[in-house]
Write a protein of this length. Structure first.
Length: 304
């Protein structure tokens, strides 16, 4: 990472909106939701104040890790159209402020989780922060087209943390929830990468479409979607949920697979192609994860 750039000195005054933007609020909303669903779907209940604290810590940890990501990648973000308007590339924040803000969020989230909820969920939270900010951002992303596959674990931790916050221990069920998000991440992210690959190519990030080409990326998307379908139903098969979740998972994942087939088997017609199937898959993939985990909670509280 270079340490000097036009974005290294703030040219505009920072306010709370710039600090909030560092935490990637739209991404964090999914993190908070899956963490909350993991907590609510767990077989044990905890005091509402403790539950709120656990979710707050997950949110702070995710936001801090995202801020560290933007601090490290400020120069790369400045070179990509999709990220050029972020606070650091625009000079609304200096890097020192961003780094310190991120560090405080991460540290407070882990220690508050440890003292208020438990040290096992705090340890898993710390691992998730390191996984995203160091293993994915610093090590994997600039080096391998498999970055999002291995790095997908970073976004898969929240339901595991929520479950462990409620129960105090790790069992098969939260591990399966982790695996669902892990296998969901590649088709979700590669669908996006297909229609913004020029951005990644411009700054030298070896995303799958840039390095391996669109055809290989489409095949990989389809492969992961095929694997995701039975995996999404596994919580029902192992007796961790009831029919509400199981049937919902089959329907939602079948539609996910159908959209992935459209992406996986098509060929782009030319430079003017709008890539509508890829955009539809990306949009649905976000809805898919929200709906799937919502059904996990509905199933927990409604018995057929």
């Amino acid at each position: 990472m270079t340490t000097t750039s036009p974005s290294s000195a703030a040219s505009l005054p920072a306010d709370w909106r710039d600090l909030l933007a560092l935490t990637k609020p739209r991404v964090m909303s999914l993190v908070i939701f899956t963490g909350l669903c993991g907590l609510l779907a767990a077989p044990e209940r905890i005091h509402p104040v403790i539950a709120f604290t656990a979710i707050l810590c997950i949110a702070m940890g995710a936001g801090g890790a995202a801020a560290l990501n933007q601090w490290w990648e400020a120069d790369l973000d400045a070179g990509m159209k999709r990220t050029a308007n972020r606070p650091l590339p625009q000079g609304r924040l200096d890097r020192t402020t961003a780094r310190d803000f991120a560090g405080v969020l991460c540290a407070v989230s882990v220690f508050l989780m440890g003292f208020a909820v438990g040290w096992l969920p705090a340890a898993i939270l710390a691992i998730s922060i390191i996984y995203y900010a160091v293993i994915y951002t610093i090590w994997l992303k600039p080096r391998t087209p498999q970055n999002i596959v291995i790095g997908g674990g970073a976004g898969a931790f929240p339901p595991l943390i929520g479950w462990v916050a409620a129960t105090g221990h790790v069992t098969l069920m939260p591990v399966v929830l982790f695996a669902i998000i892990f296998f969901w991440t590649p088709p979700h992210f590669w669908a996006l990468a297909l229609f913004v690959k020029s951005d990644y190519a411009k700054v030298g990030i070896p995303m799958m479409p840039v390095v391996a080409g669109e055809k290989a990326t489409r095949q990989q998307i389809l492969t992961y979607a095929v694997l995701l379908l039975p995996l999404s139903v596994l919580p029902w098969w192992i007796g961790g949920t009831g029919a509400i979740y199981g049937i919902s998972a089959i329907v939602l994942s079948t539609l996910f697979l159908a959209l992935s087939v459209r992406v996986g088997l098509r060929e782009r017609s030319g430079p003017d192609d709008t890539m509508k199937p890829e955009k539809q898959l990306f949009g649905y993939s976000v809805l898919y994860l929200f709906a799937l985990f919502a059904m996990l909670v509905v199933d927990r509280f409604i018995v057929l």
